[in-house]
Ligand binder design. Structure first.
Ligand code: FES
Length: 520
């Protein structure tokens, strides 16, 4: 009898008669991202032994709320870790650093057998290699689960997964809460932050709505976030959890909105320890988690939770000391190395980024990245396109190679400014991958795309023939976009394109091919 149990956040535990498998366990009492994120609701009452002795642990990507080294260090020697085969070895190497040797990389869309009885798992990567995110499809004992976790799968990918599962998906678990640092880490007036947060919230919900509507699973589970913030320096960020207006949608708020807008679809939410019988659909609720509410007593819950983690937070602070006198030299060397990784990315970044490193041995540097290469030096009077302000103690682990820039961004221990106020995905891509093969894979993908296919869309009484696939990361705009005010908004990452000109109006991105035609 196969069951699926939530272990909190994006973690799921599958138990069958022949094997057990844990997806993306995040159990660490140290939270993630340098003590910034903590599991919400908490999952520390669960029995970790049955998880660390699982037959398999499947990890979708290297974000620290999915790849938990505290958990991996306790894994049984018998457990095999399954990961998607990404273009670089960084992910596998980081898992190895936790003392895990039994790692198997699974190629996209290839079934990997889990037992001798016909059970299998496959990975389904997000289309663009700019994002190392991947869903998992598992089929066992006549049941199927599509675990999308943080991967933004397209409707056609999800439908293909359903087809491969035999035409029926018993459970589709899909992330409904974003976790991005925009707008919270930017200095927007409160009203503007709230407007952007609402916009992002709705984009996320609409994307889940469209994906689930196109896939029609037997049961859809919004899951995988949000986290909460316990460090006194970050506690104010818990405003993102507001049920009505926060940027991060908790699973129950998502389920409420989604079931109202897609009423024919079965929706459920699971808290840590809640167990779903995949054969009968019956759910057994965890008595500890049953005490938790997303809507009542949240402030008090977080206050008590923070008290319980006070010692841990103190330890984390000690683990990340202020940098020594060699910091400036190492900082410059770090960027000099980044400048050698990809001419394609430097050309597309095409801006100056100012780093204001505060605290002992800090400084202010301008990093110019464009078709001429990368140059770093003391700040000048030039107006930077991006400004990144952060304390040196949080940058040290990046220079040491222990963390990635994306970990720092996700820690929210950073202030950002951009002028003009548009997203530069290439800058984030260079910082997050910082690895030549990974950047080459993006270049190959973007320069090798078939740009010729066209679809017709209408905006009121005007009609346009546009490229079918989003110039950002290839989302199919025929099914994953909304049109408003003369713009088409891609639901994958919320880039908006002016239908008349094709220009991307809120991010640095190649234009969308577009041509106005006579309405038919
Ligand atoms: S694929 Fe990213 S915004 Fe369209």
């Amino acid at each position: 009898m196969a069951t699926l149990t939530s272990i909190g956040h994006a973690g799921l535990f599958i138990e069958t008669s022949t094997f057990t498998l844990v997806f993306d366990p995040w159990m660490s009492p140290y939270g993630a991202y340098m003590g910034s994120w903590f599991q919400f609701p908490r999952n520390d009452h669960l029995d970790i032994k049955s998880l660390t002795s699982a037959t398999y642990v499947a990890i979708s990507h290297e974000h620290l709320d999915h790849m938990d080294s505290w958990f991996l260090e306790q894994l049984s020697d018998e457990t095999t870790v399954l990961i998607p085969a990404y273009p670089s070895d960084t992910f596998a190497n980081r898992i190895r650093e936790s003392g895990v040797d039994r790692i198997i990389k699974i190629n996209s869309w290839e079934p990997f057998p889990l037992d001798n009885g016909g059970s299998w798992i496959m990975t389904i990567p997000q289309l663009s290699p700019m994002f190392h995110d991947s869903g998992f499809l598992i089929v066992t004992e006549g049941r199927s689960v599509l675990n999308c976790n943080d991967a933004k799968l397209t409707a056609s990918q999800a439908r293909r997964a359903k087809h491969l599962a035999g035409g029926r998906l018993d459970v589709m678990a899909v992330q409904a809460s974003s976790s991005a640092w925009h707008p919270m880490c930017y200095s927007y007036p409160a009203e503007e932050e709230r407007r952007i947060a609402m916009e992002k919230r709705m984009i996320k919900l609409r994307a889940v709505h469209r994906l689930v509507r196109a896939t029609e699973p037997e049961l859809a589970l919004p899951f995988a976030g949000p986290p909460c913030y316990l460090d006194p320096e970050l506690r104010d960020l818990n405003r993102v959890l507001d049920t009505e207006h926060g940027a991060f949608v908790h699973p129950e708020a998502a389920r409420n909105w989604l079931s109202e807008h897609l009423p024919g679809q079965a929706w459920e939410t699971l808290k840590p320890g809640d167990r779903l019988d995949l054969r009968t659909g019956e759910i057994t609720r965890d008595p500890v988690s049953a005490e938790f509410s997303f809507t009542e007593g949240v402030e008090e819950y977080i206050r008590r939770y923070a008290e319980d983690r006070a010692e841990v937070l103190e330890k984390i602070r000690v683990e990340y000391p202020e940098p020594g006198p060699g910091f400036p030299e190492r900082f410059v060397n770090h960027f000099t190395r980044l400048g050698t990784l990809s001419d394609y990315f430097l050309e597309h970044i095409d801006m100056t980024v100012r780093f204001e490193i505060t605290g002992p041995n800090g400084g202010v540097w301008d990093v110019r990245m464009n078709a001429d290469g990368l140059a770093i030096g003391p700040a000048t009077t030039e107006r930077p396109g991006y400004t990144i302000t952060v304390r040196g103690r949080w940058v040290e682990p990046i220079l040491a190679g222990d963390l990635a820039w994306e970990d720092l961004l996700l820690s929210f221990r950073i202030r950002l400014g951009r002028d003009p106020d548009v997203y530069n995905g290439y800058l984030v891509g260079l910082l997050k991958h910082a690895n030549a093969p990974a950047l080459e894979a993006v270049e190959e993908y973007e320069t090798g795309r078939d740009e010729t296919e066209r679809i017709t869309v209408t905006d009121g009484d005007r009609a346009f023939e546009i490229a079918r696939y989003c110039p950002h990361a290839g989302e199919d705009l025929s099914i994953s976009a909304v049109i408003e005010d003369g713009k088409i908004h891609c639901l994958s990452h919320n880039f908006a394109f002016d239908l008349a000109t094709g220009a991307c109006v809120n991010a640095r991105c190649a234009p969308l091919a577009t041509r106005e035609i006579s309405p038919s």
